[in-house]
Design a protein around this ligand. Sequence first.
Ligand SMILES: Cc1cc2nc3c(=O)[nH]c(=O)nc-3n(C[C@H](O)[C@H](O)[C@H](O)COP(=O)(O)OP(=O)(O)OC[C@H]3O[C@@H](n4cnc5c(N)ncnc54)[C@H](O)[C@@H]3O)c2cc1C
Length: 456
Amino acid sequence: MTDPDRSSLTRRALIARGVAIAAAPLAGMTLATSRALGQPQNEADVVIIGAGAAGISAARRIAEAGRSYILLEASNHVGGRTVTDTAQFGVPFDLGAPRLNMPAARPMAAYGRAEGLDIYRAPDGGRLYQDGREAGDADYEDFIATVRRGERAIVAAGDAGRDMPAARALPDLGAYGASARFVLGPFACAKELDQISTVDVSRADEREGEDICRQGVGTLVSQLARPLTVRLETPARAVELGPRLVSVQTSRGTVLGRTVIIAVPPSLMASGKLRIQPGLPQRQRTAVEKITLGAFDHIGFRLPRNPAGLGVDELIYFRAEGPRAYALRARIGGSDLYSLEVGGDVATGLADSPPDAAAAFVKAALTREFGADTAARLGKVFATRWSKEPWALGAFSCALPGFGNMRRAFTETVAGRLVFAGEHAHETLWGTVGGAWLSGERAAKQVLGLIGVRSG
Ligand SMILES: Cc1cc2nc3c(=O)[nH]c(=O)nc-3n(C[C@H](O)[C@H](O)[C@H](O)COP(=O)(O)OP(=O)(O)OC[C@H]3O[C@@H](n4cnc5c(N)ncnc54)[C@H](O)[C@@H]3O)c2cc1C
């Protein structure tokens, strides 16, 4: 089937529109320079909190400008919501983002290729299964048209400034309504549609495709951090904005900076795990409270023998009858590893259940979609629980209804010293690795401006 619409039916393209931001190539940086700049010290031009994609990109830019930084990371590894595991299945399994959104992440992909990583274009679009077999062309077109109709209704409401729950903007979607609701809500935004702002969705930028890294997106992001000095297992607990300096209390003492970049998810600030003193201005406080992270998880599992002629890295949608919907990533990297993708209430419910609930969920899904014989071959199952990860507390952000305009607050400088970075701090590429990366570059430019360095 060659319907051109298929090429854009990916997680974020479904809510996407507008002009993509052109990304600058990664500037070269010598190891020696950055090492020298990252010497253990307790004072620097910039303290960066969080070594995910955003914090790493900010640190690279600051080092490149010849300025000093201290990069603090709470966990024992860099990458944050990009992390590749090989222990569970013996092959790379991205526990966080498995795909890089283009064109925003193109410089990251180019760097990875130059480092010898195998980065390739994800298969375009997806396939639809129903009643135990692949849907015919007419059904597939009906499904796509339904998703598009829903998307257009949400975007139209957002464009008109009607910032309301996306669910309320939807017309009657007919036979593929439940599938379309899953695609537009839990799959694209990690939330049910009644928790999603129409304005936030209407501002999302279009993707022109996605890349996959055979060694894992987490592997790529951690390689991008290699030239940097990162203080692992050093959570920042409080940021104090003084008249001349910023002081950051960590589990290993206090560090000082002329400026600070906070590159942690808003959930960490909302939960009080990272406090800012004196309190943030009202705009930023509202943004922290209302740009919340949704739930999205991968349930990885081994399945010997391809159940239905599924292609490598193919994305499979299913006709859903109710809200317990999912998608499938097939034959990851050409292996017999698959991942059932769940979001919103289903992901929250599974994360709150005992570990064997995920295996039971997969078994029921395989039985329903491919038959009991296929389900009987189910091997090891391992599920992520991003809403329980202590340094994430969720998967990715989407504004609550009525607050689609608040993301901008995360791009503004606070008290002349504090700048935010992270996927949540990109107005049009939120929820993506590429958006997080670009937000780090923007934040670096802002703080360099604050300390009087002109940057390109
Ligand atoms: C399951 C899942 C699937 C996804 N799929 C995709 C996809 O296919 N494509 C895509 O583009 N995006 C996807 N995303 C989103 C993408 O992973 C994120 O948008 C991006 O990685 C966020 O980067 P970040 O730097 O903003 O935040 P993070 O990666 O969360 O980095 C923040 C860092 O700060 C650290 N930290 C937190 N608190 C503190 C503290 N107090 N002190 C010090 N350090 C702290 C954390 O440990 C973390 O390392 C997915 C996310 C998930 C969870």
